[in-house]
Design a protein around this ligand. Structure first.
Ligand SMILES: Nc1ncnc2c1ncn2[C@@H]1O[C@H](COP(=O)(O)OP(=O)(O)O)[C@@H](O)[C@H]1O
Ligand SMILES: [Mg+2]
Length: 332
């Protein structure tokens, strides 16, 4: 893959929460790339660090969370910029203009006391030096584009006057109003019913074609990821354990955690004939990380004396990257 294809590069990112009773290593050495125009799905059980990783990119982690190390490079057309350690001025430019974020709960992005239209107008005017009338026209166009009926009337509605699905559409309209090259969507459909969820996913896919942006889609639901992802990263306890094309990972996961995650998913066609099996055990408490491979206490393929002692690295295994000692000899 040529280097100029990469839009965002995350290297050894570590984001920790310094709590009274210890350190929670929410993100503990993540390496990832997002390529221009692709959809990268980040999947994994709740608590594995997906949201903290995503929020670290835009430095939206709340204290006591702190980026402890690593690099996040955004490759703009004008050249690369480094986001860890970036000053407020650069970060303000990057947010919205280069990278926009949509959360599970649309109200997290909307103000209660302003109309939908005035919030989009503000976003548009942050980006482009246009007058209020032109910005309002664009807001109406964007609301129309995201499938909100009667946009010329809804533009003056307050968020509480819209349904959950319509609110999420409005948030997407706002996020895209500055034409970002990357949209980070953190569980954007989790709070919605299944029909609305499918509509929003389809909308994201259409908008991606139209605007040519990359999407980082964060979801605990492999079924959602399967519908839209080009690439897929499986996270466990703050680390990426498998990373490849969505097709490869879904068809033949190689990391035992990715395999178990896939077996636990009811909605994927491949799993339909098989019995669903829950992943055994629980995600360990954040302060009690196992030695060796973090997954070994729950792993069906654990090798005593090795997996509980040696930390695996993310290695190239055939067509993808896997972090599991079972494959260390295959490393090329
Ligand atoms: N504000 C916080 N204070 C302390 N720990 C936190 C905070 N936010 C997240 N964490 C911890 O970071 C880890 C990763 O959380 P998160 O990124 O939200 O997981 P995911 O999005 O994959 O469900 C969890 O162990 C969680 O408890
Ligand atoms: Mg989350």
């Amino acid at each position: 893959m040529p280097a100029d294809d990469v839009l965002l590069e995350i290297e050894d990112l570590r984001t920790h929460f310094l709590m009274d009773d210890g350190v929670v290593c929410a993100v503990d050495g993540v390496d990832l790339k997002v390529r221009k125009g692709e959809t990268l799905a980040i999947v994994g059980e709740s608590g594995c660090g997906k949201s903290v990783m995503a929020r670290s990119i835009l430095r939206l982690v709340d204290p006591p969370g702190q980026i402890e190390g690593g690099k996040i490079t955004l490759h703009r057309e004008s050249g690369p910029v480094e986001l860890v350690g970036a000053d407020t001025k650069l970060l303000r430019q990057v947010r919205w203009n280069d990278i926009a974020m949509v959360f599970q709960e649309p109200m997290a992005s909307l103000s209660l006391v302003h109309t939908i239209g005035s919030q989009i107008v503000e976003a548009v005017r942050l980006h482009d030096n246009v007058g209020k009338t032109e910005a309002r026209k664009r807001a109406i166009e964007m609301l129309d584009r995201v499938g909100i009926p009667m946009p010329h009337r809804r533009v003056d509605a307050y968020p509480f006057e819209l349904s959950g699905g319509m609110r999420q559409r409005a948030v997407i309209a706002m996020a895209l109003s500055c034409r970002p090259s990357l949209l980070i969507a953190d569980e954007p459909t989790t709070a919605l019913d299944v029909t609305t969820q499918a509509q929003i996913l389809e909308l994201l896919r259409d908008l991606q074609d139209e605007f040519g942006m990359a999407i980082m889609l964060i979801t605990h639901d492999l079924g959602v990821a399967a519908q839209v992802a080009d690439s897929m990263a499986v996270m466990y306890l703050g680390r990426v354990v498998e990373y490849g094309t969505a097709e490869q990972v879904l068809a033949a996961p190689r990391h035992p955690y990715a395999q178990a995650l896939l077996r636990s998913m009811p909605r994927l066609g491949r799993a339909r004939q098989r019995r669903l099996t829950a992943i055994k055990g629980m995600v360990p408490a954040p302060y009690a990380r196992p030695d060796g491979c973090f997954f070994h206490p729950r792993c069906d393929h654990v090798v005593a004396g090795r997996c509980d002692a040696v930390e695996p690295r993310l290695l190239q295994v055939g067509d993808r990257q896997v972090s599991c000692l079972l494959y260390e000899e295959e490393d090329v």
